[in-house]
Design a protein around this ligand. Structure first.
Ligand SMILES: [Zn+2]
Length: 101
């Protein structure tokens, strides 16, 4: 019985880990998903794979980490290296007010 229990616990922890990781990557609140996965492991696992990413949260994180910036003209998030907004064509090189990142 002992080995089986340990084996199952290991699998459980791996799945919980995957759920938490995927949830975080999708911009979800990882600690909540961790608890969710602990109690309802199979449901949480399927749920996290099917759930759509929290785009706003991911954009916010990208801005905070310096990978992206927000276009001052159309407020869409574009790559930090972009010189021209891919949404509205705003020219970043002509804007001296953009904060350095
Ligand atoms: Zn724009």
């Amino acid at each position: 019985m002992g080995t089986i229990t340990v084996g199952w616990l290991l699998i459980l922890f791996i799945i919980v880990g995957i759920v938490t990781y995927v949830a975080d990557k999708k911009g979800k609140v990882a600690p909540l998903w961790f608890i969710y996965a602990l109690f309802l492991t199979p449901i949480a696992f399927i749920h996290v794979l099917l759930t759509s990413p929290n785009v706003r949260e991911l954009e916010q994180r990208a801005i905070e980490s310096g990978k992206s910036k927000k276009c001052p003209k159309c407020a869409e998030v574009v790559r930090k290296e972009a010189n021209v907004c891919r949404f509205c064509g705003h020219d970043f090189t002509r804007n001296p007010n953009m904060p350095p990142s």
